[in-house]
Design a protein around this ligand. Structure first.
Ligand SMILES: [Zn+2]
Length: 107
């Protein structure tokens, strides 16, 4: 897996999932605007209000989601994008909210 050798530099683009502070996993782009259905599925699941006001072009160019939010079988090393064409982020999507709840329960 020589693919991973170059992955140690910490200055990766911030993952756009709220509450995710991952700095090391691979980043994956949004689906492009030809796959509107898929893009809206991503937005629904990521649930980041900032992204909802962005154009599909901007999402594709500027926003990335880290590998933690995908099932291992959705990843596809060797292809240009790194994930399967129909992959949708489904893991660790509510960390921001859970952290919130946690704060309250400690009071
Ligand atoms: Zn993330």
């Amino acid at each position: 897996m020589s693919l991973f050798l170059g992955e140690k530099q910490p200055s990766k683009k911030k993952c756009c999932v709220p509450g995710c502070n991952d700095k090391y996993s691979s980043r994956f782009r949004f689906p492009n605007k030809n796959q509107q259905y898929l893009v809206s599925e991503w937005l629904k699941r990521i649930n980041n209000p900032k992204l909802n006001s962005m154009s599909f072009d901007k999402l594709y160019q500027d926003c990335v989601v880290c590998a933690r939010h995908f099932l291992p079988e959705q990843l596809q090393f060797g292809c240009r994008r790194g994930i399967k064409p129909n992959a949708i982020p489904i893991l660790f999507l509510n960390e921001g909210k859970r952290a919130h709840y946690f704060t309250y329960s400690l009071l």
